[in-house]
Design a protein around this ligand. Structure first.
Ligand code: SPD
Length: 428
């Protein structure tokens, strides 16, 4: 009896894998597609899904059949099926995935599928088959279901993304990616956090810049620490009275990625009033001349990785010293519903340095950050309270002239209103 079979099936257990990779839908999709190609397969399509909060499922359809996976990141485990027909050597795919997933123990069973001795061959009506296939190829049957998730252990914000990866570079500081969402357009992520998206960036960038600008009223010299996507300096430079902006961003990869793929955000990098330094903002502020800036903006990411030092007492004391009297500090202040601890601690630090009544919080809404509720936190070096702003006519003229989409005089005052639970978080 011959042992000829239609297919070859390798069922794989990858154990003790890197749990972060096991939860990274884009990396797994890339590795599975590469595994297929490396073994000589012709890739037809792939679809991958991230489950919230953990786990990835996906399949790579190849001319020679398919490669499928389901992962359990919490166990560092992946169940993988390599199903192939013809001469393809699926063990090459196995070796590739073992390396990519960092699997420290693994096992596999190889099975022949579809023994021809047990099957009877049919003859098809090819015309009917072709007509049916054309119906099924209708584009409305195809939807991608790949999700990018920004999360902690308890909460998450997921954006469906198209699967397009425009930029993916591991810099010395962080993983810098530009992905694409059907709803929010292209978006920048640092490590696994959403930083900014084409379609809602104006919420963040208008609110980091204009309340402070109109509260101060006469800003000439500005320092921006972080803000590598360029949105913050773009908004600051809308104010004609500004004479100089110094921006210090630690990661040149962020600037490069945004210049190429988010040019409407990175729109002001060529402005002659801007001095752009790719350098460490923490070291920069340490040696800054005392009383030199009207406004310092800290547009950092969350307090992990390179932004951790942007939440320290030493850093904000140096900012205080570098501000002129009457100057204002604005810092990315985290969320009072997502990073409560970082939110409170930052406010206490600012209260300690600037004074208890000189550390107000501005709340605003960002649909693509976890919980949607986000903050900027202020340090006022003798300046007026920002909620007391009364130059509405001037503000509204600016809003109209610049075509702003979020900020206006009412939003300005309203954003400094603190809900009671927020008052509690920052109460001494
Ligand atoms: N979790 C997101 C924190 C926001 C950090 N800054 C975003 C950069 C936009 N210029």
């Amino acid at each position: 009896m011959s042992n000829v079979a239609l297919g070859n099936h390798i069922l794989v257990e990858f154990m003790n894998c890197d749990p972060h990779i096991m939860n990274d839908v884009a990396t797994i999709e890339r590795d599975m597609v590469d595994a297929a190609r490396k073994a000589g397969a012709t890739v037809i399509n792939s679809t991958f899904h991230h489950f919230s909060p953990w786990g990835v499922s996906g399949v790579v359809v190849i001319q020679e059949s398919h490669l499928a996976i389901h992962t359990w990141p919490e166990y560092g485990y992946a169940a993988v099926d390599l199903f192939t027909c013809g001469d393809m050597d699926a063990w090459i795919s196995f070796d590739h995935l073992k390396e990519c997933f960092g699997s420290k123990s693994y096992s596999a069973i190889e099975m022949k599928r579809g023994s021809v001795n047990l099957l009877t061959r049919n003859d098809f009506d090819m015309t009917t088959m072709r007509e049916k296939a054309a119906e099924w190829r209708n584009p409305e049957f195809y939807t991608r279901n790949v999700w990018f998730t920004d999360k902690d252990e308890d909460q998450a914000l997921s954006l469906r993304f198209t699967g397009e990866v425009f930029y993916d570079v591991q810099s010395p500081f962080q993983r810098v990616r530009i992905l694409e969402s059907p709803k929010y357009g292209k978006f920048l992520t640092l490590d696994d956090m959403v930083m900014t998206t084409q379609n809602d960036e104006f919420h963040y960038h208008e609110m980091i810049a204009h309340p402070a600008m109109f509260t101060h009223g006469n800003v000439k010299n500005v320092l921006v620490i972080g803000g590598g996507d360029g949105g913050t300096v773009r908004e600051i430079l809308r104010h004609e009275g500004v004479e100089k902006v110094t921006m210090v961003e630690i990661d040149g990869e962020v600037i490069k990625a945004c210049k190429e793929f988010l040019p409407e955000i990175a729109a002001a990098f060529d402005n002659p009033k801007l001095e752009l330094l790719v350098d460490d903002g923490i070291a920069f502020i340490k040696q800054a001349a005392p009383k030199s800036y009207d406004l310092i903006i800290v547009d950092g990411s969350d307090p992990v990785g390179p932004a951790e030092g942007l939440f320290s007492t030493e850093f904000y004391t140096n900012c205080y010293n570098a501000l002129k009297d009457g100057g204002i500090l604005v810092a990315q202040g985290e969320s009072p519903k997502f990073n409560e601890k970082a939110f409170s601690e930052l406010n206490f630090t600012l209260q300690d340095i600037f004074g208890n009544d000189n550390a107000p919080v501005s709340l605003f809404f960002v649909p693509t950050y976890p919980t949607g509720m986000w903050s900027f936190q202020y340090g006022l070096k003798g300046s007026d309270a920002p909620k007391a702003v009364s130059n509405d006519t001037e503000i509204e003229a600016f809003v109209d002239a610049k075509g702003l989409k979020y900020y206006n005089a009412d939003v300005h005052r309203g954003s400094f209103a603190t809900p009671n639970f927020v008052k509690q978080l920052i109460k001494r």
